[in-house]
Design a protein around this ligand. Structure first.
Ligand code: PMP
Length: 399
């Protein structure tokens, strides 16, 4: 990426921290023995994996043995959904929401074809899962729910879900609760010691300045899990396959850095930059609207609607000016469909169509935000100028 680029797509992925790169490089050069080997070289690698497990456990305040390393949050979510429900014999309902990431939505969709019933808890127009309605659904279907899966924070809007209330409701009914917390590390604390109702939680290293292709699933010691990738006793029989050593070591280092960053109040600065960006854009483009403005949100994320415009066009023109943003989830970009998450929140199609996500990181500078504040309104004005005038019938209606 060029030095002058303004990278505002940190919910899609983040830059590798230099400290992480350094430990990974060392791992590639020196720690290449197989951690399952009994010789000393293998055991040295094993030790480093266990150190990383400890660092990831500290990030979320759980025990190291409750961490299973995976290839990312997609695998962690699949493992949680299938691995937990497989052991809840006779229970064939999964309670989730329509605004989950595809890495939960799509496995649920597939499980529907295998005979599961997928129930969706309602969501407000601000993108908050209704915890009371979820508890009522849980009450109603208590005998058949295998598992509840609700993300901790939304990748598109940044909305933080009422995790505590959902965890309490699940605990009261003794139903496992999985939460996809992929977007949370490095932005706010995760303290599982105070959330006994959370049974499983997914993480992905590349969302907090770690490497891509490495993640983890937390599962509480009391919870049993059926492995989905079978082929060896790795990860305490939970996930077969020789470990991604450098990735795991990198994830451990990234977890250590993310924890220290949150504890030193680093996200405050990011929030100030995000707020300044939002205010300036709303001032420069009066018709702009912030989606989920009144919900609790991650401090690095803003989702802004420019009604009647096409988000794809905005993203492409911004990219030409060196500003990298996204429309909806990164995985759905390239399609002209508006974000499924915004539509499920009940946002009108012409507003959803014009919504873009800007997400900051601990490396975002004040100067970058100043430049973004300059460039984004210019791009919006340019798109407006190139739009055809409204048809005469619409002109008449607006008189
Ligand atoms: N869940 C959420 C909320 C995400 O934002 C993402 C990444 N876009 C994933 C899951 C998938 O993570 P990974 O890339 O590690 O598979």
């Amino acid at each position: 990426m060029s030095d002058t680029a303004i990278y505002l797509d940190n919910n899609a992925t983040t830059q590798l921290a230099p400290e992480v790169l350094a430990v990974m490089q060392r791992a590639h050069e020196e720690l290449w023995a197989n951690p399952s080997s009994v010789h000393r070289a293998g055991q040295q690698v094993r030790q480093q994996i266990e150190l990383a497990r400890d660092q990831v456990a500290q990030l979320i305040a759980c025990k190291p043995r409750e961490i299973t390393f995976t290839s990312g949050a997609t695998e962690a979510n699949n493992l949680a959904l299938r691995g937990i429900s497989a052991l809840r014999k006779g229970r064939r309902t999964i309670l989730t929401s329509a605004i989950e990431h595809a890495a939960v939505r799509e496995p649920c969709e597939q499980m529907k074809h295998e005979g599961f019933t997928i129930l969706h808890a309602p969501v407000s127009t601000d993108g908050v899962v209704d915890a009371k309605a979820l508890a009522a659904l849980l009450e109603q279907h208590a005998d058949d729910v295998a598992l509840v899966s609700i993300h901790w924070a939304n990748n598109e809007t940044g909305v933080i879900q009422p995790i505590e209330a959902i965890a309490d409701a699940c605990q009261a009914k003794r139903i496992p609760f999985h939460t996809d917390a992929t977007q949370v590390p490095g932005k706010q604390p995760i303290d599982l010691a105070t959330l006994p109702g959370v049974s499983a939680l997914s993480l992905s290293a590349h969302k907090f300045h770690g490497p891509k292709g490495t993640g983890a699933l937390f599962t509480r010691s009391s919870l049993r899990l059926t492995p989905q990738i079978i082929g060896g006793p790795h990860e305490r029989q939970r996930r077969g396959g020789t470990e991604n050593v450098s990735g795991i070591i990198g994830m451990g280092e990234a977890a250590k850095l993310a924890k220290a960053y949150v504890e030193s109040n680093g996200p405050n600065r990011v929030e100030q930059l995000r707020d300044r960006l939002e205010h300036a854009l709303c001032e420069a483009v009066p018709e702009a609207q912030i989606n989920s403005l009144h919900a609790p949100r991650l401090r690095n994320t803003t989702n802004i609607a420019f009604p009647q415009l096409e988000a794809e066009a905005i993203i492409i023109l911004l990219s030409e000016r060196g500003v990298y943003a996204s429309a909806g989830a990164a995985c759905s970009s390239g399609s002209l469909e508006p974000s499924a998450v915004l539509l499920a929140m009940g946002i009108e199609e012409h507003v959803a169509h014009g919504s873009i996500r800007l997400s900051l990181s601990r490396y975002t500078t004040e100067n970058e935000i100043d430049r973004a504040i300059d460039i984004i309104p210019q791009v919006i004005a340019k798109i407006r100028q190139s739009m055809p005038p409204p048809p005469p019938s619409e002109v008449r209606q607006s008189v």
